[in-house]
Design a protein around this ligand. Structure first.
Ligand code: HEC
Ligand code: HEC
Length: 261
């Protein structure tokens, strides 16, 4: 003991108190301000994209595309149209309906910044998402091979290849049927549109080719996903919702996948 200044115990207590006060300030002042602001602070954009690059470079490592980035697959295109185009736009320019609604806005996947990223980085970002932004993690919904198919499709868009899918849009009458409090068929219709099934399969299962849906629909495909189709587990789609979906799908005309349209 020196007699002047706080004792070791006192100093430790002081440190604990200042840490607690700092954390409280961060939680009550800094985080809400950061969460509420809708425009860039100086250097924020540069810092954000630097961090995304850094983290995805570390996380992605040097994973390579097991599909060998061959021709773009129908599945990559369908998965992109159904899961990404709402934000990143059908052509990848970031102008999807929800792309400009959020902050930060969805990235322009045709930008130099995105072109410069490695396949492994794009893969990592798609699988893990980007914290504190609207970019969701798709690792729980898509298997790795589907994510690689998405990466190939993004590359195709960057090279000006890849056309959008011709999925029939829902008519007003079809949308009006959707009612979460209506008959089982109406409930199923509401679930079908809310979960985005119609974005890939058309409003009444009438998307062309492989995407046309049969009556009923295999529940296994819905629960476990398919190449290019997300999996919908019970956290996302309750058993009751699944039964309602099936009631709705039973009304489809049943253009089967074997169908030759
Ligand atoms: C709800 C909107 C939303 C959806 C859906 C979405 N994204 Fe994003 N995405 C974002 C936002 C917002 C960012 C930008 C985050 C930022 O500024 O750091 C982003 C960034 C990215 C990036 C990083 C680009 C770069 O140059 O840094 C990639 C790659 C990406 N998204 C791929 C995808 C893919 C593939 C899908 C579909 C499977 C998808 N995104 C679906 C909102 C979305
Ligand atoms: C991102 C696009 C996408 C979304 C969203 C999507 N699917 Fe699929 N779905 C696919 C693809 C691709 C296949 C595989 C087609 C094939 O095997 O050729 C498929 C296959 C299926 C199959 C099996 C094939 C059949 O004819 O029976 C069913 C059933 C199905 N989807 C139902 C649904 C339901 C219900 C939803 C919503 C909960 C949904 N899908 C959402 C793309 C999607």
């Amino acid at each position: 003991m020196t007699g002047s200044g706080p004792s070791a115990g006192g100093r430790a207590r002081l440190i604990v108190i200042s840490v607690v006060v700092t954390l409280l300030l961060v939680a009550t002042v800094a985080v809400p301000i950061a969460a509420m602001h809708r425009s860039d602070l100086p250097f924020e954009r540069a810092y954000g994209s630097f961090m995304v690059s850094l983290v995805s470079r570390i996380g992605g490592g040097n994973a390579t595309d097991p599909l060998g980035r061959t021709a773009i697959t129908e599945q990559g295109r369908v998965a992109y149209a159904g899961s990404c185009a709402v934000c990143h736009g059908a052509r990848g320019d970031g102008k999807g309906v929800f792309g400009t609604a959020g902050y930060p806005p969805a990235s322009d996947l045709l930008s130099e910044d995105a072109k410069e990223k490695s396949d492994a980085q794009l893969f990592w970002i798609t699988k893990n998402g980007i914290s504190f932004t609207g970019m969701p993690a798709f690792g729980g919904q898509y298997a790795d091979r589907d994510i690689w198919a998405l990466v190939s499709y993004i590359r195709a868009l960057q090279q000006g290849r890849g056309s959008s899918l011709d999925v029939p849009a829902a008519t007003a009458a079809q949308l009006a049927l959707a009612d979460p409090h209506g008959t089982p068929v109406q409930q199923g219709s509401a679930v079908y549109f809310a979960q985005g099934c119609g974005l890939c399969h058309g409003a009444v299962g009438n998307a062309p080719g492989e995407l046309g849906l049969e009556r009923e629909g295999e529940t296994e495909a819905i629960r476990y996903g398919r190449r290019g189709m997300p999996a919908y587990d019970t956290a996302q789609l309750s058993n009751a919702d699944l039964r309602a979906l099936q009631a709705y799908m039973r009304t489809f005309t049943g253009r089967g996948r074997e169908g030759d349209d």
